[in-house]
Ligand binder design. Sequence first.
Ligand SMILES: Cc1cc2nc3c(=O)[nH]c(=O)nc-3n(C[C@H](O)[C@H](O)[C@H](O)COP(=O)(O)O)c2cc1C
Length: 405
Amino acid sequence: MKPTSPVFTPARLGPCELRNRIIRAGAFEGMSPEGLPSERLIDYHRQLAAGGVGLTTVAYCAVAKDGLTFPDQLRARPEIEPGLARLAAAVHEQGAACALQIGHAGYFANPRATGSRPLGPSAKFCLFTGARARRATGAELVRLRDDFAAAAGLARRAGFDAVELHVGHGYLLSQFLSPYTNRRRDDYGGSFENRLRFVLEVTAAVRQALGEKRALLAKFNLEDGFRGGLTVDESLQVARALERAGVDALVPSGGFVSKTPFFMMRGEVPVHEMVENESSRLRRLGLRLFGRIFVQRYPYRDLFFFEQARRIVAAVSIPVVLLGGVRSLEQMERALAAGFTFVSLARPLIHDPALPLKLQGGQALASGCEPCNLCVAEMERGGIRCPLADRHSRQPPLTAPSPHV
Ligand SMILES: Cc1cc2nc3c(=O)[nH]c(=O)nc-3n(C[C@H](O)[C@H](O)[C@H](O)COP(=O)(O)O)c2cc1C
């Protein structure tokens, strides 16, 4: 009999145990009309759990109204607790665990969704939204910290196993870390230590609200992906500081939504489809005119964060999750051999939520996902889906691992 792959052995994530090493990365589902978890959202994560993941992450829940990036996006408030509790129960019934990703969009929050002027570490014009953000006051920082803690408390009460704190991708906490967006001259800006301060205050508050029985993950940037942003050397220090602040696992990623959105994904930039699906007329026009110039393309390769993320593994003693272009069982095994405890996948599981079971049962060796990124263009079209999988009638073929690393 074939020995079990280490990918399908249990492992500890802080106080929790996951049945295997595969995590569904947070990827905006677009299934929360009026900011509430819908039956579709619950069913979507039930399917992922039934498909064999160890942990599924409910994507981006804004901790406050002024942190929204889409009008119909999950927003932390007491009304969402019953829906989240049903989602957690549905996932648990299938033997998987679930995490809630919590975050705030800061200076690139969408005024159409928030109804207010965005706020960030510093006053700054954002080309992505066409709005000029204002600088958050000291009192607002206290309120935002409390909003993060309240969202974590909500996840705990709803029965979630974990919370993923969004410290990456140019969201508010990442904006504080980045010299590009943080020009403050008070205790929260300037030196690296000061830029880290707000992140650590929020992490401490979230850790406390979550209690000892739930796991805390932090997704953060290895680099922002442009000159003048956060660098890998600084990200090593961020990782160590998050470990000291009580984070149970680290998820290194990269990129800045408002500036380098495809750095975190790599591959094709489906400008035409993004124009078609954009609901804001202004953004549609901007994309049509300047999309090819402003939305930079980064060539795809498998395991695109592997080398940089290995430096994080060497720098900390808590579990590190490999994210970014993980497609095959062989790559997952290579990641575990290199010291990562888990792997995290977004697009391959959008393509086929049953991939883990297929890998485990030998029906597949790798995902059939091509990095066409059409799923990105689908985000605002009534629920995430993979147009490619739909075309292949949801029967991805047995695919050999891709030759490149
Ligand atoms: C359609 C889509 C939506 C995404 N939404 C989120 C999100 O809400 N939060 C987040 O942290 N990352 C988000 N991501 C990024 C993924 O979590 C992940 O970092 C990236 O896709 C690389 O992983 P992959 O190669 O396995 O797709 C999204 C990615 C895609 C494709």
